[in-house]
Design a protein. Structure first.
Length: 569
RNA sequence: GGGCCUGUAGCUCAAUUGGUUAGAGCAGAGCGCUCAUAACGCUUUGGUUGCGGGUUCAAGUCCUGCCGGGCCUACCA
C-alpha cells in the first residue's frame, strides 16, 4: 500500500471562488485523492483557506467587519461549499491557525540561522488617510507614458508600461482615493533565494516528468536576467503572522507580519497539524522524512499563477531550513478556464460561482463537466451549450439510461432480484477482455493525472455496457431462452455496480446512489474484472433507482445563460 | 519590450515525442433496435493541421519568418 500526500492550492479568503478556481486545483486534487483511496492506498488530502494579505483586509473593511471575524466567517462558507462539491479533504484548515503561526515563525528562525535572511531598508509609499503602506498596485495615477488616468503603480494597464509608483502623475490611494501620500523608509526581511539558485535548478532539472507548464515557469524565474532574485517575506500590515525568530522577538521587526506567500505554503504542513489536533494521529509521519514520511509520495495541484511559489520560494524555504521536511514529488498545474468568451473574475464577479452552481444543479453535473474539460494543455472555455450537451449525453443518456434500461427490464421480467441461470458465451468473454483493457488504460491515465483522458476512458467503459446490451439483446433472448437472458441481465446489473466503483472519483453522489440501488457496499477496486462482475449473485435483491441524471432542458439553459451573463453584485 | 504556452473537422479535444491513409466524442446524414430518461447500437459526410519558407527518405510534430489567442514578467494573490 502506497502513501499519498495530496494538497490543493489553498483558495484565497476574500470571497466565494468561481468554477475556474475549482477546476484548477481543488477538484482535480479531489479526483486524485478519491482514486488513490479507491485503489486502497493511504491518502492524506489537505486544503485550507489562505487568509492573510492586503486583499483580505480590504474585503473585511468592505464587509464592515474585523478581519479575523470576516475570515472565520468566510472560512465557514468556503468549507460548506467544498462539502457541497464533495471535496473529500481529510482536513480543511486555515493559514491563520496557531499551528501555522508557530511553524512559519519556526521556518523564519531556521532560515535566519542558516544565514538566508537579510534585512533590507527600503522606501515605500505610505497613505496617511488609509493609515497603511500601499503595495504598488494599490496606487493609482496618470501614466507618464500614455496619459491614462487609472494607471497602477506597478504597470499601466493601458499602454502596458512597467512603472514605479513614484513615476505616476498625481498619485492617489486606490483604496480611499486620498492623495495624502508620502514615501517612508521601512525595513523588511528578504529570503536570499539567489543563494539557493543552483540547488533549486538541479532539483527542477531532475523533474523531467513534470508538466512543461510547471517547469518552464520555474526555469524562467531561475534564469531570466540576473537569475532568481531575493524576495521580501515581510509586510507592514496588521493582519498576518507576526514576524518572529522562532519563539523569540525579532528586533526591528515589531508590528510587521510575514508576507502571505511566505506563510501560505507552510500551511500545507501546519494543516496536517490541525488535522492531528482535530482527529488525533501523527502528522509528522506525512511530513518529516526522519519520522516516517520517507515512503510518502507528495503531489500538489494548482493553477499556473501559483507555480513560481511552489517550484521556487516554498522549496527554498524547505531546503533552506536544513530540516528533513518532505519536498513535493510532482506538481500538476492547470491553465485557466474561461467563461463564455472572457475570463472568470472574482473581483469583477463574472462567471458562475461555486455557491450559484450548486443552487442550480447537483455537484456531480459540475464535477463531470469540469473534469472532462479540465484546462490541461491550454486554457479552455465554459459555454452553456457545451455544458448542456456534454452532461445530457454523457451522464443522462450513456450512463443514467443504461442503469434505467437494465434495472427496469429486470424488474419487469425477473423481479427486483438478480436472476439465476445461463452461461457465459463468447460475447461475455469478449466484454470482460475489453473492460479489462479499458480499466487498465483508465488506471494509467488516473495514475498520470491525465484528467481529460481519464474521463474519456471512463465514458468509453460506460458505452461498452450499452454496446453489450444492444448486441446481447436480452429482450429478444428472453422470448426463446429466458435463462440466457437472465445471465445477460445479471451481467448488466453487475456492470452497474462496477460503474459505481470506477466512477466514484468523478461522480461520488451518483456512485453512492447506484451502490444503494444495487444494495451492496462491496466497493473494492476491480483488479479482477471477471470476479467483479459476479459480486451480485443470483437472488441478491436490488431496487430500481430514480432517474440518476436528469437532462438539462433548453429552457433551463437559456435561463441560466441569461442569469449569469452579467456580473455578480 | 522579454520569456513561455497555444492555433488540428461546424464545436470540444487526440495523435505512442519525426514514421503507414491525421483520429475520438458532440453536432449533421442514413440504417437498425424497441429493454430504456425520444434513450441505445451500427454505418457515414466533414481536415491543404493559421499562413509562407526550410531541414529530412519521411513534418501536425524540428528550424525560420509572419498572423491570431493566452499566461507570466518577482510589492495582487
Amino acid at each position: 500500500m502506497a502513501r499519498h500526500l495530496i494538497t490543493s492550492a489553498i483558495p484565497y479568503i476574500n470571497g466565494i471562488k468561481h468554477l475556474g478556481n475549482l477546476v484548477g486545483s481543488q477538484l482535480p486534487a479531489d479526483l486524485y485523492a478519491r482514486y488513490q483511496r479507491g485503489r486502497g492506498h493511504e491518502v492524506m488530502f489537505l486544503c485550507a483557506t489562505d487568509e492573510h494579505g492586503t486583499p483580505a483586509e480590504l474585503a473585511a473593511a468592505k464587509a464592515g467587519k474585523p478581519v479575523a471575524e470576516y475570515c472565520a466567517e468566510m472560512h465557514g462558507i468556503q468549507a460548506e461549499i467544498a462539502k457541497g462539491f464533495r471535496l473529500s479533504f481529510d482536513h480543511f484548515g486555515r493559514s491563520s491557525s496557531p499551528q501555522n503561526h508557530a511553524l512559519t515563525q519556526h521556518f523564519a528562525g531556521r532560515l535566519h540561522e542558516a544565514g538566508l535572511i537579510e534585512e533590507v531598508s527600503e522606501r515605500q509609499v505610505y497613505s496617511n488617510a488609509d493609515g497603511r503602506f500601499l503595495p504598488d498596485r494599490y496606487i493609482e495615477g496618470t501614466c507618464p507614458n500614455c496619459g491614462y488616468d487609472k494607471a497602477r503603480g506597478d504597470q499601466c494597464e493601458n499602454c502596458t508600461k512597467q512603472l514605479e509608483p513614484t513615476d505616476l502623475i498625481e498619485p492617489r490611494s486606490a483604496i480611499s482615493g486620498s492623495t495624502d501620500l508620502e514615501v517612508r523608509e521601512t525595513k523588511h526581511l528578504y529570503l536570499k533565494q539567489s543563494q539557493m539558485r543552483g540547488k533549486l535548478d538541479d532539483w527542477i532539472n531532475s523533474k523531467s516528468d513534470w508538466p512543461v507548464l510547471t517547469t518552464s515557469i520555474a526555469k524562467k524565474w531561475l534564469h531570466d536576467g540576473d537569475g532568481l532574485q531575493d524576495r521580501g517575506i515581510t509586510r507592514d500590515l496588521d493582519w498576518g503572522i507576526p514576524v518572529k525568530n522562532g519563539d523569540a522577538d525579532w528586533p526591528g521587526m515589531e508590528g510587521k507580519v510575514f508576507y502571505v506567500w511566505f506563510d501560505a505554503p507552510i500551511e500545507y504542513i501546519a494543516c496536517a497539524g490541525e488535522w492531528a489536533e482535530a482527529n488525533g494521529g501523527d502528522w509528522e509521519r506525512w511530513w518529516r522524512t526522519d519520522k516516517g514520511a520517507e515512503d510518502v509520495r507528495y503531489t500538489q495541484f494548482m493553477g499556473k499563477d501559483n507555480v513560481p511559489f511552489h517550484t521556487l520560494s516554498f522549496p527554498a524555504t524547505i531546503m533552506g531550513s536544513g530540516e528533513p521536511w518532505k519536498l513535493v514529488d510532482y506538481i500538476k498545474s492547470f491553465n485557466y478556464l474561461n467563461y463564455d468568451g472572457g475570463q472568470f473574475s472574482t473581483s469583477q464577479g463574472r462567471g458562475v460561482f461555486m455557491d450559484q452552481a450548486l443552487e442550480i444543479l447537483p455537484a456531480d453535473y459540475w464535477r463531470w463537466w469540469l473534469l472532462s474539460h479540465a484546462p490541461e494543455s491550454s486554457d479552455s472555455e465554459f459555454t452553456w451549450e457545451n455544458f448542456q450537451a456534454s452532461v445530457n449525453k454523457d451522464l443522462a443518456d450513456v450512463l443514467g439510461n443504461f442503469v434505467s434500461r437494465v434495472t427496469k427490464f429486470c424488474r419487469s421480467k425477473f423481479g427486483e432480484e438478480v436472476p439465476a441461470g445461463g452461461n457465459y458465451t463468447d460475447a461475455e468473454t469478449a466484454l470482460i477482455a475489453d473492460l479489462t483493457t479499458r480499466i487498465c488504460a483508465y488506471e494509467g491515465h488516473m495514475d498520470a493525472m491525465e484528467v481529460r483522458k481519464s474521463a474519456n476512458e471512463l465514458r468509453a467503459i460506460w458505452v461498452a455496457g450499452n454496446e453489450y446490451l444492444q448486441a446481447a439483446a436480452p429482450w429478444s433472448t428472453f422470448k426463446e431462452d429466458p435463462e440466457q437472458a437472465a445471465m445477460q441481465i445479471r451481467l448488466a446489473l453487475n456492470l452497474i455496480r462496477l460503474y459505481a466503483v470506477l466512477s466514484k472519483p468523478f461522480i461520488p453522489d451518483a456512485s453512492a446512489t447506484l451502490m444503494t440501488a444495487m444494495q451492496t457496499q462491496e466497493d473494492a477496486w476491480p483488479d479482477d474484472v471477471a470476479a467483479a462482475l459476479e459480486v451480485l449473485a443470483p437472488s441478491h435483491a436490488f431496487t430500481v433507482p430514480d432517474v440518476t441524471f436528469r437532462k438539462i432542458t433548453d429552457d433551463e439553459r437559456a435561463d441560466w445563460q441569461d442569469r449569469f451573463s452579467g456580473v455578480r453584485d
